[in-house]
Design a binder for this molecule. Structure first.
Ligand code: GLA
Length: 389
């Protein structure tokens, strides 16, 4: 399908370009859900997945828009004599179909993980040579979402490998969101919009504000910097994916968790919680269920925010919304309190035009402004506002 994409670029220049986009009717707004990896890694078990589904409903996350419960790596252990993928009987004794039924019974959707190579990143059997067979199996189990990784693929052709699974999912006859995970290695933003519904843009997120992980991976600031230039590729049905959330996993302060969530929302990123939903603090709960911030992420126009300023530890992000308002994130990356803001000409408003400012974390109207808006921003704080002309 051809679609026209309007981009609000830095300094409010409107660019227009045409991109082919996958048309499976899914993920018209960025997918929201939970994935087992960031918290449980390879120790995932069916009881933990059931608890995550229960907590998603009881905590109000489902009401806030979260939908998918996704098991990441390590659910699979072997193939049977016919080549069918087999779930680990020690950790998933009831089988995947029963788990999918449990998740569906709570009004949620169910996701699973595989890899384009012979083995997953954790060394479990993966889908190379079994693409159609696996896609049919997932459909029979009631899978609604597939995350498809890239370990053991070295220099293989990524567009071809991912297109193979895209076509297999289509032939399975069940609508399945296709989540590409090749860590940005083959510049997926240039080819993935007509292959997957979302594609990872970077290596694995690490539960820290900035810097590298112990073995690999990158902190929240590093991930954001990598994604900043490629927002043009995202839109309804096809999203850049800066990886799952680390909100609530302990490596970030409350202010940093708010900044992480604000940035993912202005990036129109998939919001896949990665914490233990059964053991959330009230602060983490309130961040993950902030409906005003989520509404920016889920805005139907589907623009990814643009960074219009990145200097002196001041980052300013702007995202036009369907109702004519503009969402703005003012991020202080430094270690001292700073006062800064935006001028109307930076965000596509006319100088002199009245705009009502609302603070999406304080849940308060701040007032009407005519030329610019600025505020005191604490270290690592992201102030998130909407400006409504
Ligand atoms: C890769 C992916 C992660 C996770 C692990 C599982 O590192 O990028 O998100 O799926 O594999 O082994």
């Amino acid at each position: 399908m051809k679609r026209t994409l309007f981009l609000l670029a830095a300094q409010s220049t409107i660019l227009i370009c045409n991109l082919a986009a996958l048309d499976n009717g899914l993920a018209k707004t960025p997918p929201m859900g939970w994935n087992s990896w960031n918290k449980f890694g390879c120790k995932v078990r069916e009881d933990l997945v059931r608890k995550a589904a229960d907590s998603m409903v009881q905590s109000g996350m489902k009401d806030a828009g979260y939908q998918y419960i996704v098991i990441d790596d390590c659910w699979q252990v072997s193939r049977d004599k016919d080549g069918n993928i087999v779930a680990d009987p020690a950790t998933f004794p009831s089988g995947i179909k029963a788990l999918a039924d449990y998740v569906h019974a709570r009004g949620l959707k169910f996701g699973i993980y595989s890899d384009a190579g012979p083995k997953t990143c954790a060394g479990r059997p993966a889908s190379l040579g079994h693409e159609m067979q696996d896609a049919k199996q997932y459909a029979a189990w009631g899978v609604d979402y597939l995350k498809y990784d890239w370990c053991h693929m070295d220099n293989q052709n990524a567009p071809a490998a991912y297109s193979l699974m895209r076509d297999a999912l289509k032939q399975s006859g069940r609508p399945i969101v296709f989540s590409i995970c090749e860590w940005g290695s083959n510049r997926p933003w240039t080819w993935a919009p007509d292959v997957g519904n979302l594609w990872r843009t970077t290596g694995d997120i690490t539960d820290k504000w900035e810097g590298k992980g112990e073995k690999f991976g990158a902190g929240v600031m590093d991930i954001v910097d990598l994604q900043a230039p490629i927002g043009y590729a995202a839109g309804p049905g096809h999203w850049n994916d800066p990886d799952m959330l680390e909100v609530g996993n302990g490596g970030l302060t409350t202010v940093e968790n708010q900044a992480h969530f604000s940035l993912w929302a202005i990036l129109a990123a998939p919001l896949m919680a990665g914490n233990d939903l059964d053991a959330m603090t009230p602060e983490v709960h309130d961040i993950l269920t902030n409906k005003e911030v989520i509404a920016v992420d889920q805005d139907p126009l589907g623009h990814e925010g643009v960074r219009v300023r990145h200097q002196d530890n001041q980052d300013v992000w702007v995202k036009p919304l369907q109702n004519g308002a503009v969402a703005v994130v003012l991020l202080n990356r430094g270690t001292e309190l700073q006062t800064f803001g935006v001028k109307w000409e930076e965000i596509g408003l006319k100088p002199g035009q009245k705009a009502a400012v609302r603070d999406l974390w304080a849940h308060k109207n701040v007032g009407e402004f005519k030329e610019s808006f600025s505020a005191h921003i604490a270290p690592h704080q992201a102030m998130m506002v909407t400006l409504t002309p």
